[in-house]
Design a protein around this ligand. Structure first.
Ligand code: DGL
Length: 273
């Protein structure tokens, strides 16, 4: 067993939403140690330009790499859409995995007729990375992108069900999921949206596939670590270290929406990038 296999996986996101990806990795790869960096001081990334997002993603990744990691997981969809190539170029030899490709592959496979809606941040929509990745997996698919900024605030407020959440979801989704050309697959292209999946399932019914990239990304990471003989030794549970660039208290509070375990503010290290 290579010493490198004992190193943690570095995960970063613009904030707390990437914990949905951390959770999926934890469920699949419990023995792995994880370092999670939430760049809460500069969030949201989803409204920012490609250049800004790429610069932020580089800062966060450099910090994680400085701790010694065996793989970098870009949980933030917006950074995955804009910065993956730049990150791979910056850290040659380090496995760098984003969430766009795994999500796109999963949606391409899950959609019955290839009519796929991607809901994401405004900046991810502008990048157009999701449609390109879906069309790569499923040429001929009909892909519609939808920027859904209200979903992000809604989730951070813990509003994941109930009449207001339902109304906002209907506002975005009804036009695309009704009528003869209705879409048959909703790809959740943002860290925050997996917690809304039960609501979407209920509103859209059983014929619409609701796909999130978190679990597929965890599978991709597992395959990659296996291939490179970097999987942590089986047995115990890996440690999780949390870093945030802004107040640990808010991070800890909002985290309760995304993971079923409690994260205390005292467990979160404050850092500057
Ligand atoms: N993490 C972002 C994403 O997945 C959503 C929040 C933000 O805009 O920073 O695109």
């Amino acid at each position: 067993m290579d010493e490198a296999s004992r190193l943690p996986i570095g995960i970063f996101d613009s904030g707390v939403g990437g914990l949905t990806v951390l959770k999926a990795v934890r469920e699949r790869l419990g023995a792995e140690s994880l370092i999670y960096l939430g760049d809460t001081a500069r969030l949201p990334y989803g409204t920012k330009s490609a250049q800004t997002v790429a610069a932020y993603a580089l800062d966060a990744s450099r910090r994680l790499v400085s701790y010694g990691i065996k793989a970098l997981l870009v949980a933030d969809n917006t950074s995955s859409a804009h910065a993956l190539e730049a990150l791979r170029a910056e850290f040659p030899g380090l496995p760098v995995v984003g969430v766009v490709e795994p999500g796109a592959t999963a949606a391409a496979a899950a959609s019955s007729h290839g009519r796929i809606v991607v809901c994401a941040t405004e900046s991810s929509v502008q990048a157009g990375t999701y449609p390109r990745a879906i069309l790569h997996s499923r040429p001929g698919a009909q892909v519609t992108q939808l920027a859904c900024p209200l979903f992000v605030s809604m989730v951070e407020e813990g509003m994941v069900d109930g009449p207001i959440a339902e109304q906002i979801a209907r506002h975005y989704l009804d036009p695309l999921f009704t009528g003869p050309d209705a879409a048959d697959c909703l790809l959740l292209g943002c860290t925050h949206f997996p917690v809304l999946a039960p609501l979407f399932h209920r509103l859209l019914g059983p014929k619409v596939a609701v796909v999130d990239s978190a679990s597929t990304t965890a599978m991709v990471i597992e395959d990659l670590l296996s291939l490179r003989r970097l999987k942590a030794p089986e047995g115990g549970q890996g440690a999780i270290r949390y870093l945030a660039t802004d107040a640990p208290e808010r991070f800890a509070r909002v985290a309760t929406v995304f993971v079923p375990w409690a994260i205390k503010a005292s467990e979160i290290e404050s850092i500057d990038l």
